[in-house]
Design a protein. Sequence first.
Length: 179
Amino acid sequence: MASYELNAFDRRFQAISLVAAIEQQSPYTLNIGYWLRDPNQLIQWPDIVSSHPRLDYLWQDTCFEVFIGVQGEDFYREINLSPSQAWQVYDFEEYRYPEDMPPKTANDIELNQLKKTHYGLNVSLDLTEFMLKHKLKWADLFIGLAAVLKTPQNEHYFAMQHSSPQADFHNKRDWLHQF
């Protein structure tokens, strides 16, 4: 299991800290945990929904995100995971393309588990169809972990690193996890 301290885009914002851990489970399961430290209870949490619906625009509230890139390829997946228990997967052919809003959904990644916990969020994803369709091994993938944390004052953008002048979770240079 690898863990990463996610950094706030606004480096002056120190009120919340976020750590994410990622673990592959053979043959095609990806487990991710997000651990938050929010001593002042600033984060605004969305209301819980039932039955894990697939909904768009989850990033407009507190939302955790996973980006899955493939070595040597332009296409990638964006997975949005809401503490409300809603989720969605988007299919991009290349950097932020197509530009549709909401983005084009992908149905080749499934949700095994999504659970808000007292410390953050746990998720288990089934990548079977995605990996078999593209003939991928774990070593072909690289992962970006990110979050939008909404507080009464602002939205705060956390990622493994921020190498763009604006917060940009789609920048593959910032997707640091490899298997």
